[in-house]
Design a protein around this ligand. Structure first.
Ligand code: FAD
Length: 579
């Protein structure tokens, strides 16, 4: 198999918000850097983010970073690390102003300041009532972030390798030496030798059947790191967003409820009044998703079925057109409904992984509970777990996580690269990936990847989603183990070298299987309910036993090792969580 080796100071894997923000930082420091992305950069999932990006600017009403930090801690069900959350809350302000200076087209108040709107779980005065904290560009906020950061990268002459899929992280003598990537257009393998590598490969919603996530979100970075001995942190916490389009999972942003849309059951009741008397439809996402499922279970889904309604009718056409144009268009396109006049059927949709590759507040990947770094390896964005989101992320808190911690990771990498003399590129680094690919490409007989994927997504949806029990999770674990076994015999029907997307999708299925296993094993182990992880057989949060992070190390044949890391608490002692 033909191969080439490139040499850079630093390599960023992933061109979403986190990867691009880190790349801007690195390139400003005059380093030779490469951004490797399996998608064309502006097609990254960050571009699909709709509703907003949080910062306590106080432009529309009084706000303070301390209130924002408290909301994030409470939203995380007290599992978020408070030192990291304080950094997020403080640095969000500067990160937003910086985006503004880069040319981000924010919606404005009449006097020309950045406009802000409401979002779930964001409050004034430590939970007294909703506050307007989400900065936004209509309901296309993520699209604008990606365009703005991409322009900056072009300006700083960042070198892009687009439609290059990273297959492996090269580690020698306990240090990172670079990555191996596959070029989609030619089928060629490339080595990238670098003193520092950042994984910003995004989420893994595709382990579930109903998801808001793009097809490319297959947890590559997590699985690759896990296979190289890095633990995965808090994988039991996966967020279901309350409002996906029924049966399709396509997201209707929380900005809809931020602008006043209401959830209704079969009786037309505004049922969130019963579950969250203060914040109602704007309670944290885990609370709202569980409430929807509860209504459905008790027979109050629409027509007794498995969905409820989102009601926009009282908002008026002007608000829909000016503030929610994409949401309106999605409802029209995918459902053929007019939200100004008709009720919209929704169900919770798999949305965001709170867990991921463990890092410290500078983006350094850490290997254990003592935060020992793996020198040269960094992670940021949804692939990483800092952890600012703990057991449940608040809306608008991912985009701000990308820019705050993407920037911090970029800064730390630049300093590290200057001080480090690098690891020589090992001559056998590409061979292992080449063997794996060739054996897949040559196999003519075997299992269909599409069937395995479908079975995986179905079992994860049924047995490991919003409500979980020991039995359901054991069932999921068994199913995943069987599917992994079938995957050993998977076949790729397309033998070609050029643009062999089937080959890459088959590799992605391998990542999905690993990540699903990590979710299920971690979820079985945690015998309490916290944030998005709801165990019906252990329906209470148990701070005595479980106020700690899970670190899951990969073992052979499903024999994984679990360790725990303490939660960092600064100002906010765990309390009962009411909205
Ligand atoms: C529909 C939707 C709406 C959302 N709305 C909001 C919102 O309003 N506010 C908010 O805060 N959050 C929102 N989120 C969440 C947020 O958008 C994501 O968590 C965030 O954008 C992830 O950014 P990222 O940079 O980590 O990864 P992504 O933007 O997902 O980018 C991942 C990158 O990694 C690359 N990549 C992956 N694997 C490989 C590989 N093997 N080799 C090479 N490259 C690879 C991809 O090409 C891509 O460039 C939303 C999410 C969705 C799905």
């Amino acid at each position: 198999m033909p191969s080439t080796v490139h040499a850079f100071d630093a390599v960023v894997v992933g061109a979403g918000g986190a990867g691009l923000r880190a790349a801007v930082e690195l390139s400003r420091q005059g380093l030779r850097i490469a951004v490797i992305s399996k998608l064309y950069p502006t097609r990254s999932h960050t571009g699909a983010a709709q509703g907003g990006i949080a910062a306590p600017l106080g432009n529309v009403e009084e706000d303070r970073w301390e209130w924002y930090a408290f909301d994030t801690v409470k939203g995380s069900d007290y599992l978020g690390d408070q030192d990291a959350i304080e950094i997020l809350a403080r640095e969000s302000v500067d990160a937003i102003i910086e985006l503004e200076h880069m040319g981000f087209p924010f919606n404005r108040t009449p006097d020309g300041r950045i406009d802000q709107r409401r979002f779930g779980g964001h409050t004034r005065e430590y939970g007294q009532g909703p506050v307007r904290r989400a900065c936004y560009a209509a309901d296309r906020t993520g699209h604008m972030i990606l365009q703005t950061l991409f322009q900056q990268c072009v300006k700083h002459e960042v070198r892009f390798f687009n439609e290059f899929q990273v297959l492996d992280l090269v580690v020698r003598d306990g240090r990172v030496a670079g990555v191996v990537a596959y070029e989609l257009a030619t089928g060629e393998l490339h080595g990238f030798s670098a003193r520092a590598v950042l994984f910003a490969t995004g989420g893994y919603g595709r382990v579930f059947k109903i998801t808001s996530n793009a097809h490319s979100l297959t947890g590559d970075g997590l699985a690759i790191a896990w296979r190289r001995g890095v633990p995965l942190e808090d994988m039991e916490f996966y967020q279901f967003h309350p409002t996906g389009i029924y049966k399709m999972g396509i997201l209707l942003s929380e900005a809809a409820r931020g602008e006043g849309a209401i959830l209704r059951n079969d009786k037309g009741e505004r049922f969130m009044e019963r579950y969250a008397p203060t914040l109602k439809d704007l309670a944290a996402r885990d609370v709202v998703s569980r409430a929807i499922h509860q209504e459905i279970r008790e027979g109050r889904g629409i027509g007794g079925r498995d969905f409820v309604h989102l009601d926009f009718r009282h908002l008026g056409r002007e608000v829909l057109e000016k503030k929610l144009p994409d949401v309106t268009e999605f409802v029209q396109t995918y459902l053929g409904l007019d939200p100004a006049e008709e009720l919209v059927p929704i169900q919770p949709t798999a949305h965001y992984g709170m867990g991921g590759i463990p890092t410290d507040v500078d983006g350094r990947v850490v290997l254990d509970e003592r935060n020992t770094p793996l020198p040269g390896f960094y992670a940021a964005g949804e692939a990483a777990c800092v952890s600012v989101h703990g057991a449940n992320r608040l809306g608008t808190n991912s985009l701000v996580d990308l820019v705050v911690f993407g920037r911090r990771a970029g800064r730390h990498m630049a300093a590290f690269v200057r001080e480090s003399d690098g690891v020589p590129w090992p001559s056998d680094a590409i061979a292992e990936a080449a063997d794996r690919l060739e054996s897949l490409r040559r196999r003519r007989e075997g299992q269909s990847a599409a069937e395995i994927r479908e079975a995986l997504q179905t079992t994860m949806m049924r047995h490991a989603s919003v409500f979980r029990t020991k039995e359901s999770l054991e069932r999921a674990r068994q199913d995943v183990a069987e599917l992994k076994e079938r995957y050993q015999r998977v076949r790729v029907s397309d033998p070609s070298r050029r643009y062999n997307t089937e080959l890459l999708e088959t590799l992605e299925l391998g990542y999905l299987l690993d990540v699903a296993e990590a979710v299920v094993v971690s979820a079985l182990n945690r015998t309490e309910s916290r944030g998005a992880h709801w165990r019906e057989d252990h329906p209470r949060r148990d701070d005595t036993a479980w106020l700690k992070h899970t670190l899951l190390y990969r073992g052979e044949d499903g024999d994984h090792r679990i360790a725990y890391k303490p939660v960092v608490i600064t100002h906010f002692q765990p309390q009962e969580r009411k909205y």
